[in-house]
Design a protein around this ligand. Structure first.
Ligand SMILES: Cc1cc2nc3c(=O)[nH]c(=O)nc-3n(C[C@H](O)[C@H](O)[C@H](O)COP(=O)(O)OP(=O)(O)OC[C@H]3O[C@@H](n4cnc5c(N)ncnc54)[C@H](O)[C@@H]3O)c2cc1C
Length: 503
């Protein structure tokens, strides 16, 4: 962080704090991005509207397999696994896609509430050199050729080389950048709350023509989490206890004496995606870039993975090792992933309507989804394990996630993911030691000689031929696959990690 003294317009002298990257919003996407940048030794600050990391409502109920893997790549998955419950929770329609046979160390989803997730993430980034401005709001910005002036609600200016909007679905950054947010208007709304009751609610979940409704008793024994679908699309404003009472009476004939709400919120099936993830020095990640109905639990996982895709690229551009055009690959890779997830959640929403014709569709879909091939494809999509970034033609590993293999190295047994903890690129030489000389990139790319005995099996794809070497990006995706030659390696190194350093 750098303190600069500048002249303001009234000729008074003000101190302006400068960071390489400022992130607006310290939710899951913002915190993950901050961690990635800090690991890459970039001066990063987060501006978060809340007074601290505590999240009043629970929101997301878990993360899927690929997200657990990316946390494992940074050595922190155990912190989440220790507090959550593993479960087969990849669903389509009413069918649960069992993915316990997937070739990953985490062939499951993890049930863990977003307030726990954010607490664990906040504790993690507190260990890293991340500056957080809590209780502070980004109120606007102006970008120029060299950077971005970020205006905060308390009036203190910040200057950044890049600004990333991780400020949620109503993103001010997206709107102020003039980025379009095309998609589909909401057709239904749900109320979700934590309340106390004077009457015992019915057990289980009720489905009717409006949607889904249910109660869940919390650990303290007296508070209930309630979710209900409103009969008509609710207004955009904050919901009240009265709104909740009326919605429950419409379904159950009673509101069970709801009182003392801890929080009440409304969510809808509005489905929209930013037309561009970057305008100049301003980028978007997480809900700021895409919103959808929470069915299927995709939102938080998508945002965390956006951050992991963007972090190392932005770090390299800030450090000057790569051209700014590297940032274009962020949109090119992540926009299609979210677009696909949006279509999945829209299909999920349609299948949740309970008229007889939709029920017939659900029956047919369930039958198909229980077959092996469709099960694998759908579970691959929901878990995020099937993601393939378009890095051109070649070996099936190219553009896909690197499996967490058990390697034998000069330092003993190591898992691939352990070699990614520092978020540095990795050339894994699985052939004869000394096959490669990457001296011109040695300041940026680690090289490890290793051997691996087992099969190479990828989720959904199946068994693939064993490569002799792999170049792995810091986000865990394979940028080059060796076939016994060096063919294409210098190009891949230069494309992803910058030009060679002169001897
Ligand atoms: C009821 C409900 C259930 C859900 N269930 C699931 C689920 O099961 N699984 C799942 O994956 N997802 C679920 N989601 C979605 C999930 O909550 C979001 O996808 C996730 O929170 C997005 O993370 P984010 O960091 O992008 O944005 P957010 O979590 O919205 O974080 C944005 C942050 O930015 C801050 N902020 C906003 N504006 C500013 C500003 N101008 N200046 C500074 N700070 C600002 C906010 O205070 C907030 O902390 C659910 C959502 C809801 C509402």
């Amino acid at each position: 962080m750098e303190e600069r003294v500048i002249l303001d317009v009234s000729d008074g002298i003000v101190a302006m704090t400068e960071h390489a990257v400022v992130i607006a919003g310290g939710g899951p996407a913002g915190m993950m991005l901050a961690a990635e940048l800090a690991l890459a030794k970039v001066d990063v600050a987060v501006v978060e509207r809340r007074p601290d990391h505590v999240l009043a409502d629970a929101r997301a109920g878990g993360i899927h397999s690929r997200t657990i893997e990316v946390l494992d790549q940074r050595g922190v998955a155990d912190r989440f696994l220790a507090e959550g419950q593993v479960a087969q929770a990849a669903t389509f329609g009413t069918t649960v896609m069992d993915m316990s046979d997937f070739p990953t160390r985490h062939p499951y989803s993890l049930g863990i509430f977003q307030n726990q997730i954010e607490r664990i993430m906040a504790a993690w980034i507190a260990e890293l050199p991340v500056r957080i401005y809590y209780g502070c709001e980004v109120a606007g910005f102006a970008q120029d050729d060299a950077g971005v002036d970020v205006r905060l609600s308390d009036g203190e200016p910040l200057r950044a080389r890049y600004l990333v909007g991780c400020d949620g679905g109503r993103s001010l950054i997206r709107k102020a950048a003039g980025i379009e947010f095309p998609g589909w208007d909401p057709t239904r709304s749900n109320l979700i709350a934590e309340v106390e009751l004077t009457e015992e609610p019915p057990p289980g979940v009720r489905h009717d023509a409006a949607g889904v409704h249910g109660f869940h008793r919390m650990q303290d024994g007296k508070t209930f989490r309630v979710v209900t679908t409103e009969q008509q699309l609710g207004p955009a404003g904050e919901p009240t206890l009265r709104d909740l009472s009326e919605a429950l009476i419409a379904v159950y004939g009673t509101d069970f004496g709801i009182h003392n709400p801890t929080w009440i919120s409304r969510f809808t099936d509005m489905t929209r995606q930013a037309a561009a993830y970057r305008v100049g020095r301003v980028l978007l990640a997480g809900d700021a870039a895409h919103v959808h109905y929470p069915a299927g639990g995709q939102g938080l996982s998508l945002g965390v993975q956006d951050a992991v895709n963007l972090g190392w690229k932005l770090a390299q551009v800030v450090e000057g090792t790569c051209q700014e055009s590297l940032l274009d690959t962020y949109h090119a890779e992540r926009h299609p992933v979210a677009a696909r997830a949006l279509r999945y959640t829209m299909a999920q929403t349609a299948l949740q309507r309970h008229d007889e014709r939709i029920k017939a569709v659900v029956d047919v879909v369930s039958e198909v989804a229980s077959m092996d091939e469709p099960r694998k494809r759908l579970a691959g999509l929901i878990s995020g394990l099937d993601i393939r970034y378009d890095l051109g033609e070649g070996h099936p590993l190219l553009g896909r996630r690197m499996p967490d293999l058990d390697l034998i190295t000069a330092d003993g047994r190591l898992r691939v993911f352990e070699l990614l903890h520092d978020a540095r690129p990795l050339l894994l030489d699985l052939g004869q030691p000394g096959d490669f000389d990457i001296t011109p990139w040695a300041d940026r790319v680690q090289m490890v000689d290793a051997s691996y005995q087992g099969e190479w099996e990828l989720p959904v794809v199946g068994v693939v031929s064993a490569p002799t070497a792999v170049l792995i990006r810091p986000d865990g995706y394979v940028a080059w696959v060796g076939d016994g030659t060096h063919h294409g390696l210098p190009d891949a190194l230069a494309t992803w990690f910058g030009p060679p350093t002169a001897a």
